[in-house]
Each structure stands twice: as C-alpha cells, then as structure tokens.
Design a protein around this ligand. Structure first.
Ligand code: NAD
Length: 481
C-alpha cells in the first residue's frame, strides 16, 4: 500500500497525530493509498519551514529561480507516463485525458512562470518637480495554496509555479481525494534541487489542514480553487486577518449555439465541453442553449455523439468518460438526474449506470452521460452546480433571450458562443457575465490571459502577469529630487 506523507522542509514526514485517511481508486472503489490526515500542528511546522526558507529564496536571483523551476518542468516531463497514469488512477479520469491535458499543462505552468519572471517590468511615475515614483513588486512570504481534486496536478502547479517563481515560499494543500501526483511532485522538486522549505506540501482534509492554513497568522496570502461554499469559509477565515485572497470557485456555464453556427463544429465542440473529465471541470458548459431554428437538428446530432461515448476503465486509452471521483459524488450527481425528472424534465439519454462493465470495475463510480431537456431555467437543476456528466438543453428565440438565460445564474465563470456572425459574437461576449468567453471554441487556454470568475464564481484573476501581481506586493518608492 502506498503511503503519502507530508513534505516539510525538504523531508517526508508523517502527521504529528499519526492519523491517516484512505485514498480510493474511483475506477474500482478499492483503497490504493494511506495519506496523512494533517492538522494545525503539521501546518504550523510547514509554515515555519517555509518562513525559514523565505529570506534566502527571495534573495535568490530570478535567473537562478527560473533555472530551478525549468529543471522541475523537465523532470515532470521525463516522468510523463507515470504522472499521467497516477492522475488517472487517483481521479478516475481517462488516462488519455491526463496525457493530453493534465500533465502537459503542469509542465507548461512551470515553464511559463519560470520564464515570465525574466521579463517583468515595473512602472515609474515622474512628477513635475522631477521627483520619481517607482514601483517595486516584492514577494509576500509564505503563500497558502489550496487546490481541488478535478485537475489535481494541473491546478496545484498553476499555483506553486507563480508563487515560488516570484520569490515566495509556499505551503500547498492538495485535495485529500487526489494526493498522489502532488506527492510525486514533492519528490521531483527535491530532485530538481529546489531548496528545502521553498515548496511544502501538507495533506489532509479541508476541515483540518485546509482551515489551519487559511487561518494561519503567518500566511499572508491564500490562493484557493474549489467549491463556492468552501470559498465562503475561506473568505470568512482569511478576511479578519486581512490576507490577500484569490478565489477560483464553481461554475454553471452557458454554451450558446446560434442558428448561424457551423453546426457540426458546434456539436463536436459541445461534446467535450459537456463531458470531458466526466463533466468535472469548472469550465464545463453544463447549460446548453440552442436557437430554436436548429434546436431539433442540434439535439439529434448531439445525442447521437453522446450515446457513442465510451464509458469505462480510465486506464484504457480508448475510454472517453471514466469514473466520478467518489461514491458520495456519484450519489449527488445521480440525485440531480432524479431531480430533473421531478422538475418536469425529460432525460433524453444516460443518467444511469453503464451496462456491461467488467467485474474489476464493479465497485467503481460510473455514470452514463446524461442529456436533459424541458427544464425551467429557474429550477434547481439549471441553477446549481452538478459537476458531473449531466447537461441541460434549452431553446431560445433571440440573442437577447440567450443572454438573459445565460446570465440568469449566480455563477459567472465561463461561457461559449457558437456563431458565424462576428458582430453578434462580440456583442454577446460583451453582454455575458462571465470571466471568460470562448467564441467557436471551448477550453482554448493561453496562460497569459486573466483567468477567474464573476459573481459567485470567484474573486480576483490569476494567469500571466495577474498571477505575478497577486503573488507580489506593490510598493511605491518616492524619490524627491
Ligand atoms: P472543495 O471546495 O470541496 O475542496 C477544494 C479544496 O479545499 C480541497 O483541497 C479541500 O480539502 C479544501 N477545503 C475544503 N474545505 C475547506 C475549508 N473549510 N477551508 C480550507 N480548505 C478547505 O472543492 P472540490 O470538491 O475539491 O472541487 C470541486 C469544486 O472546485 C467545484 O465547485 C469546481 O467548480 C471548483 N473548481 C473551480 C475551478 C476554477 O478555476 N474556478 C477549477 C477547478 C475546480
């Protein structure tokens, strides 16, 4: 049985309490690892190690920090197969997806920020009397980084890379449901020669290690990605301590298909935006709105493709949809399919357990992708984040109606718009209440752009120089001449 220990001050160590949690393989329901169930004492030790490493790390030249992070990126790449297979094992996602998205993105995260810090600029504000103001951007100290289970290594490195590249040390708390790639990353960080204490990883539950990190007085900054409800708790704990906080939260994203869209492209693009990673991506377009003129034809083609998705063994390279993260999550998602029927919706396909799974997968958490129509936009199924392979399809008659339906949600993370009319695309994009709008695409990511949510989808922006700004403090120096 694998043992996942904390990584503190460059050493692997068990939690002070000796308590552990079971890590379960979603594909089979079997326990695959025993992980540290850390609490305040462990977080204190990790924060102390990070604080001890900080004075030297902040003085380390940007060039040297860059070199070390590039080495770590190389090591992640050299261990590509192992990391992809670990991610699939731990999360239930198809290994093909981990190979296409998760691991390559982890490599890019390190390379992107390792090189970005070599190209920073700062501002100077000269005054009429000749005095000069210039802005220094300086690291804050110990960064607290909390990440979810859906894109474990991808999102963890999206935080670690900018935090340490800009001269902070960090204490990261990965999701207790997917600790394996974080644990491997700790080994690779040591191998890369990142000095002890610069990257610390504490495993455990949100209520224990997560809250201890959020409320730690020596951690001036929290970057959190996870659910909206958890985000409220993080804000409530961090607020009175005046921490810098970035919250990347949930979504209920609209996917709007206009009658003048390239229908085949819109259908093909709507399949991954609905079901990639079992629909467990915050950016998934779980509410599809289709202009009535093409509604029937869109639905026919979309259902046809959905029914052809191969649901099953995440480690099989041919699998399109793997296992949901846990039994509790499968119950929650299935509960929404039942609720959709109660709310008057029609389940056009899926929503049950796939037939014909091999014996080995009998204990796993599988759900056939579900497409639901006939629901009111105000009902719970169309308002609450389901975070599974479940989409709703709703007709609309005008761009104004599409925008009103899309914006009729407390979330505002991302949106997709499919149309050949460029003017309409711009107008609709400007009117949507979303941090990201994709036109004729989905999940096309440029790491330089601001990323984050409006409304209940979050506070702040990460990505590119927004991340480097977040992980540094601006200081104005005024020189009287
Ligand atoms: P979650 O909120 O349950 O947990 C996220 C992380 O926070 C985990 O590491 C967890 O242990 C920790 N945590 C839990 N309670 C905590 C607390 N009270 N204090 C501090 N830490 C705590 O979310 P999840 O179920 O792991 O992930 C799914 C959610 O994440 C979905 O809502 C999804 O939309 C969201 N998400 C958002 C983005 C984004 O970029 N906006 C990206 C991925 C996932």
């Amino acid at each position: 049985m694998r043992r996942v220990l904390n990584f503190i001050g460059g050493e692997f160590c068990p939690p002070a309490s000796g308590k552990t949690l079971a890590d379960v393989d979603p594909a089979t329901g079997e326990v695959i690892a025993e992980i540290a169930d850390s609490d305040r004492e462990d977080v204190d030790a990790a924060v102390s190690a990070a604080a001890r490493a900080f004075p030297s790390w902040r003085r380390t030249s940007a060039e040297e920090r860059s070199k070390l992070l590039m080495r770590l990126a190389d090591l992640v790449e050299e261990n590509f197969d192992e990391l992809a297979s670990l991610e699939s094992l731990d999360n239930g996602k198809p290994v093909s997806l981990a190979r296409r998205i998760d691991v390559p993105r982890a490599v890019r995260n390190f390379r992107f920020f390792a090189t970005a810090i070599l190209h920073t600029e700062t501002k100077c504000h000269p005054m009429d009397d000749g005095s000069l103001n210039y802005t220094l951007r300086q690291p804050l100290g110990v960064a607290g980084l909390i990440s979810p289970w859906n894109l474990p290594l991808y999102l963890l490195t999206w935080k670690i890379a900018p935090a340490v590249a800009s001269g902070n040390c960090c204490v990261a708390k990965p999701s207790e449901l997917t600790p394996l790639t974080a644990n491997r990353l700790a080994e690779l960080a040591r191998e890369a020669g990142i000095p002890p204490g610069v990257i610390n990883i504490v495993h455990g539950r949100g209520a224990g290690a997560g809250r201890a990190l959020t409320s730690h007085p020596e951690v001036p900054l929290i970057s959190f990605t996870g659910g909206t409800q958890t985000g409220k708790d993080v804000m409530a704990l961090a607020g009175p301590l005046f921490k810098k906080v970035s919250l990347e939260l949930g979504g209920k994203n609209p996917n709007i298909v206009f009658g003048d869209a390239d229908l085949e492209e819109a259908v093909a693009g709507s399949i991954p935006s609905s079901f990639a990673n079992q629909g467990e991506i915050c950016l998934c377009g779980s509410r599809i709105f289709v202009e009535r003129t093409i509604y029937d034809e869109f639905l026919r083609r979309f259902l046809d493709r959905t029914k052809r998705l191969k649901v099953g063994d995440p480690q099989d390279p041919a699998t399109d949809v793997g296992a949901l993260i846990s039994e509790a999550h499968l119950e929650k998602v299935s509960g929404y399919v039942a609720l959709a029927r109660q709310e008057g919706g029609e389940v056009l396909c899926g929503g049950g357990r796939p037939a014909g799974l091999p014996d080995r997968l009998r204990g796993g958490y599988y759900l056939e992708p579900a497409v639901i129509s006939g629901l009111a936009c105000s009902g719970r199924v169309m308002q609450e984040e389901i975070f599974g392979p479940v989409v709703t399809v709703t007709p609309f008659d005008s761009p104004e109606e599409a925008v009103a339906q899309a914006n009729g949600s407390r979330y505002g993370l991302s949106a997709s718009v499919w149309t050949r009319d460029l003017g309409k695309a711009h107008r609709v994009a400007a009117a949507l209440e979303s941090g990201t709008v994709w036109v004729n695409t989905w999940l096309t990511r440029d790491l330089r752009v601001p990323f984050g949510g409006m409304k209940d989808s979050g506070v702040g922006r990460e990505g590119g120089f927004d991340s480097l700004d977040f992980f540094t403090e601006a200081k104005n120096v005024c020189v009287k001449l």
